[in-house]
Write a protein of this length. Structure first.
Length: 91
């Protein structure tokens, strides 16, 4: 899940403005529509990834390099998380 970087007061303010603009009757309908849209977007991206993977498998392309790059990226991320953790604790 992607962090939103929105604090609780900011989120409450956005919800308050939404209630003022749309009214309490429209909020569930808007949320439902946004939820359906997000689901369709997630399904579409999963389908595209699946098609790409099928094409790669059919073509016989070697994916070992991709796996190696993913491992290197994960190692780099772990290295970055440690310094950030110490900075957050020192606040």
């Amino acid at each position: 899940m992607i962090p939103l970087f929105i604090s609780t007061p900011e989120l409450l303010f956005v919800l308050f403005v939404a209630v003022l603009l749309f009214g309490t009757n429209k909020i569930p309908e808007i949320a439902r529509t946004l939820g359906k849209g997000m689901r369709q977007l997630r399904d579409a991206t999963a389908e595209i990834k699946e098609e790409i993977n099928k094409s790669v498998e059919k073509s016989g392309i070697d994916t070992s390099l991709i796996d190696e790059v993913k491992q290197e990226v994960e190692k780099a991320k772990e290295g970055l998380e440690d310094p950030l953790g110490s900075i957050k604790r020192n606040r």
